[in-house]
Design a protein around this ligand. Structure first.
Ligand code: SF4
Ligand code: SF4
Length: 429
């Protein structure tokens, strides 16, 4: 019999119902409803996992409306690991409900095939690129037709761009360190990011090279499984975790690097995912011991100071899975402050979710839209020329926000800012 995915009683028991997490929760702040607060959701999980309540549509709704942003984890004085709880609750729902056949087919296609198959992602990327480059996307967006297409319209507005040539071409390659080799690191390019953030991935490799790293992009790597975990599909995520662990022999590297905070959180929790897998648990432990977010890794080095000046006022949006999931806040700020010429302005509540949360903005557009509107008010209050963040998903959401509620400020990943500064230094004087 399959192991129950329900949240563990010991994890649920940590909550003492004090309510200190409530005001840090974006959905509670918006709705003011106990059932949409961390404490209320934990209460519902307890009822369901002890068999006192059924998995109802209402339960699913409150669990689905959670962003899994983990801000409540940061606020909780009792050490409740809420991310683990909500992931388990979703997997438990998935284990126990029947979805309509068409929904099953769509989920199977997206999670079981598309995200895991490079040629499918490339094909989708070329289709998207054709749509954008032909001018059709501009036409559709300006026609107003998207306002009448409901969820499909929301999805189009939030669809990432496609950036050929795709980073899939770089998988299996080795990039030498610039100057003396100090470190040997593995870089994980992700799945969709290899199509939609190919330039960001290239910038990441260049910045690592500039900092004395030989960068290996190991063959056999693939999707990390974060989107699967957030959608309750833990078995698929486990398969992906095993694949990545096999592809990246951790003993051969000083660090394993990702530039996606959302992926990093899941990659650093492969041991939890594989806790019942005797063959992989120790390998997962060795893997996560080397796993680093790019900002965490770079901030721990003596950073190559050969940067040109960039003149801009900038603000930083904490990615939830970096600030709350991985507890990394100072590293990105340290890197931004190391770039000559930048003026850094903190926005209020920089660690409150922007509404991106993986595919949350597509699945829960109304709540995601409200959070984004609030976020852009804080951003605009800083008068920043650029918005900087540390996760591709947040970049897409903030780009949509800058377009709709801002002044079309460019949105950059921390690494792209460093890359610009290094490239400026290298320009002929
Ligand atoms: S999750 Fe933590 S902060 Fe929130 S009610 Fe429970 S114990 Fe209190
Ligand atoms: S993860 Fe985020 S949205 Fe979910 S309960 Fe915690 S603070 Fe609220």
């Amino acid at each position: 019999m399959a192991v129950s995915e329900a949240p563990k009683q010991a994890d649920l028991d940590r909550c003492v119902h004090c309510g200190l997490c409530l005001n840090s929760c974006p959905t509670y702040r918006e709705l003011g409803l106990e059932m949409d607060s961390p404490r209320g959701r934990i209460y519902q999980m307890v009822q369901v996992s002890t068999g006192k309540a059924e998995i109802t549509e209402s339960y699913q709704h409150h669990i689905d409306l959670c962003l899994a942003c983990r801000a409540c984890e940061t606020a909780c004085p009792s050490g409740v690991q809420y991310g683990r709880l909500v992931e388990a609750a979703r997997a438990h729902i998935e284990q126990n409900i029947e979805r309509p056949w068409y929904e099953n087919m769509l989920r199977q296609f997206i999670f079981g095939h598309l995200l895991q198959t490079p040629w499918m992602l490339k094909l989708a990327g070329y289709g998207l690129y054709g749509f954008q480059a032909s001018g059709l996307q501009k036409l559709v967006r300006s026609s107003g037709i998207l306002n009448h297409l409901g969820k499909l319209g929301e999805m189009e507005a939030l669809s990432p761009g496609a950036e050929p040539p795709y980073f899939f071409n770089e998988i299996g390659k080795v990039f030498p360190a610039e100057g003396e080799r100090k470190y040997r690191v593995a870089f994980l390019g992700g799945c969709i990011a290899n199509v939609s953030f190919a330039r960001l991935n290239e910038a990441t490799v260049r910045v690592l090279q500039k900092n004395g790293c030989e960068v290996i992009v190991p063959a056999g790597q693939g999707c990390c499984g974060a989107l699967h975990v957030h959608s309750g599909l833990k078995d698929m995520a486990r398969e992906l975790a095993r694949k990545n662990i096999d592809a990246v022999p951790s003993g051969s590297f000083d660090a394993i690097i990702t530039n996606a905070a959302g992926c990093g959180s899941t990659l650093k929790e492969y041991d939890e995912l594989l806790e019942h897998d005797a063959a992989y648990f120790d390998k997962a432990k060795a893997f996560i011991a080397k796993m680093k977010d790019i900002t965490e890794f770079l901030a721990g080095l003596e950073l190559n100071p050969n940067m040109g000046e960039l003149k801009a006022t900038v603000t930083y949006q904490d990615s939830c899975h970096l600030a709350h999931g991985q507890k990394i806040r100072t590293a990105p700020r340290k890197l931004i402050n190391a770039v000559p010429g930048l003026t850094f302005k903190e926005m209020p509540l920089s660690d409150l979710c922007c509404g991106s949360a993986g595919i949350y903005n597509v699945m829960q557009p109304e709540m995601a839209g409200k959070l984004l509107e609030n976020k852009m008010e804080y951003v605009n209050g800083t008068n920043a020329d650029w918005i900087i963040t540390a996760n591709p998903g947040c970049m897409i959401q903030l780009q949509a926000g800058a377009e709709k509620y801002g002044s079309r400020q460019p949105v950059y990943h921390v690494v792209e800012v460093l890359d610009q500064a290094y490239r400026r230094f290298d320009l002929p004087k």
